[in-house]
Structure formats: C-alpha cells, structure tokens
Design a protein around this ligand. Structure first.
Ligand SMILES: [Zn+2]
Length: 358
C-alpha cells in the first residue's frame, strides 16, 4: 500500500527536521527566562483534578467532533455526489485554513520573537516565515511524489483491486443503511470514474493533515498540563473542548473523503482524539522540567509550529479549497460556489473566534 509508504516518509522527514533543529536549541543557554509568577491563582493541588476533568472532557468532545462528519455518511442527503457533501467539505477546509493562519502561525511568531530568546539570530531574521515557507515546499514535494508513486503502483497492478474493493464495500454498507441498493449503485460508477484519480490524493491529504494538526493539539495540551494557574485553567478547558471539536470536524471532513476502511478510520479518529489529552498528561508529568518560556521549549515548539503552519496553509488552500472550487462540480454552478464560500467563511470564522483562547 502506498499509504504506508507515505506514512513511512513522514516520520523520517520529521526525525531529520528535529535532528537538524536540536543542535540549535542546545546551543542556547538553558536558564529560564521567566518562571511562572506565583500568585493566589497558583495552586498545584487543586489544578490536578481540573486537569483530569480536562483530559476526559477533551477526549469526548474531540471524539464527537471528528466522528460528526463521518456519521453523516449514513444520511442520504450527504452522499458524495450531493451538493451538501461539497458544502460540508468546504466548511471543514475553512476550519483547517483558520487553524493554520489564526492559531499555529501566530503562535510560532510569538514564540520565536519572544524576549526570552537571544537577540542575535532570533530577532534578526523572520524564522517563522522562513520555516513555514520551506514546510509548504516540502509538503508540495511529499504531496506530488507520494501521489505519483501511489498512482503508478495502482496502474502497475500491484494492488489494482484495492480501490474498487474499498469503494464497493463502502457502497454495500451505504446500501444497507438507506435500504436502496439499486439507487446508490447507479451512482457508483459515475462517482468512481470522477474520483478514482483523486482518491490517492485525498488519502495523502488526510494523512499529512492529521500530522499537521497533531502538532498544535499536543502543544496546547502541553501548556495546559504544565500550568498550575487554576484561574486560567477553567476557562481554557472549555475553550479547548470547542477547539478540538471544531478541529475534529475539519479533520473528519477530510478523513471522510479519503474513504478509508473502518479500521484505518478508527485509528485516525483515535489518534486525533488522544493527542490533546496526551499533551496534558505529558505536561503534568514534565511540569517540573517543562517551562513554557525556556529558550529550548520556545525554539523547538516555535519551529514545529512554523512547519505545521506552512503545511496546514498549503493543504487547506491547494489540496482542499482549490481542488474543490476548481473541480468540475463547483465549476458547473455559481450558486453552489456561493453557498460553499459561505461555508468556508463560517468554518474559518468559527475557528478564528477560538483563536482568542487557544
Ligand atoms: Zn488553536
């Protein structure tokens, strides 16, 4: 399967990236810039139960968010060839776009421009923009190469029936769900013809996107887990629940169009839902070691954020929005385009509002 070769690709890239970046981080002085100020809000003992509540509630809400687009599969109005399906996808793409522009990129700018970092390299050169740009180029590279390898394999007949097999299995599931086999099957060939060349790309997109989102999800969990400020934690938990639910809807929309089998879908859902709780737990475990304002944390997290911002922005614009809006379905109808743009604005706007908190 080429998806496995893609998923092999990505960790290797990340390892290379991190191994390049860590020497820079080590060269910085280790002393902390500013420790957390101690005031009446700081209460470690009372923060722990709040964090446990956070872990469970965020787990549940992310699960709901990411599954929401997936269960819509059983609603007849949301078949892949219906208009509403395109609108849902555009809403999801808007969320991803805002995650990149409004959450991850500004975070990275804040971190790499922080006063806690040395003036010499960090304030003299816009590292965030540079890394985000490189990351967009690398994403394009992975995208195009993985897609060409995948399509070549499919053509060469290594597993020629895999696609069809999945699609048909999905169909039968659908047919059982709405009780009209003949009805759905008539669409099948037409849909398949149009999307057969697109499916490998959708799968690459879903995989890479999950990776880009996960970085932000772990980081926000980490900062919640490491904080002992009970005044801010309470508000943060509510914001993060919405945050993860929204982001889950964005990701769920992309997993939906990748048409994975149940197990793979379940793995992706599970992986996404556990990242923020994992980040919180990690933050709690490292709360003595991890300081948000230490130069090392700022540089590593800042650079990771920058690369994930480039990835998310590229994916949202090129693979999700442009692919849909320039595709035959939306090109055929201005009216549908206008509805879709409204969905994009709604998704991006909702996620932008959440940027106020996390
Ligand atoms: Zn965010």
């Amino acid at each position: 399967m080429a998806t496995t070769s893609v998923s092999k690709f990505i960790p290797i890239f990340l390892i290379i990236l991190i191994s390049i970046l860590t020497p820079i981080a080590h060269s910085q002085s280790d002393d902390e810039c500013k420790t957390e100020t101690t005031n009446s809000c700081t209460d470690k003992a009372r923060a722990v139960p709040l964090k446990i509540i956070a872990i469970t509630s965020i787990l549940v809400t992310s699960m709901i968010g990411v599954c929401l687009p997936l269960v819509t599969r059983s609603i007849p109005a949301l078949h892949p060839d219906r208009n509403l399906f395109v609108i849902v996808k555009c809403f999801a793409a808007g969320i991803i776009l805002a995650t990149g522009f409004m959450h991850v990129l500004p975070d990275s700018f804040d971190m790499l421009r922080s006063n806690c970092l040395d003036d010499k390299p960090w304030h003299k050169f816009p590292f965030t923009g540079f890394v985000a740009m490189l990351s967009a180029i690398v994403t394009l590279m992975v995208d195009s190469m993985a897609t060409s390898i995948y399509s070549k394999r499919c053509k060469a007949g290594v597993n020629p029936d895999n696609e069809g097999g999945t699609a048909i299995a999905g169909d039968q599931e659908m047919a059982v769900a709405d009780g009209g086999h003949g009805h759905f099957h008539s669409h099948h060939h037409q849909v398949k013809g149009a999307s057969e060349s697109q499916l490998p790309r959708y799968r690459v997109v879903a995989m890479v996107l999950e990776l880009g989102i996960v970085v932000h999800s772990v980081v926000i969990g980490l900062s919640l887990g490491a904080s002992n400020n009970i005044c801010t934690i309470k508000g943060l938990v509510a914001a993060l629940c919405f945050h993860q639910m929204f982001e889950g809807m964005g990701l769920g929309g992309c997993i939906l169009q990748a048409e994975y089998k149940f197990l793979k879908k379940a793995i992706m859902v599970f992986f996404f839902a556990t990242t923020t709780p994992f980040g919180i737990a990690l933050g709690m475990a490292l709360s003595n070691l991890y300081k948000e304002n230490s130069p090392r944390a700022l540089i590593i997290v800042g650079l990771l954020n920058a690369s994930s911002a480039g990835l998310l922005i590229y994916m949202a614009l090129v693979d999700l929005l442009s692919a849909d809006f320039m595709g035959p379905k939306l090109q055929a109808s201005i009216k549908l385009q206008i509805k879709s743009y409204m969905a994009v604005v709604l998704g991006a706007g909702g996620m932008s509002v959440l940027a106020k908190w996390a």
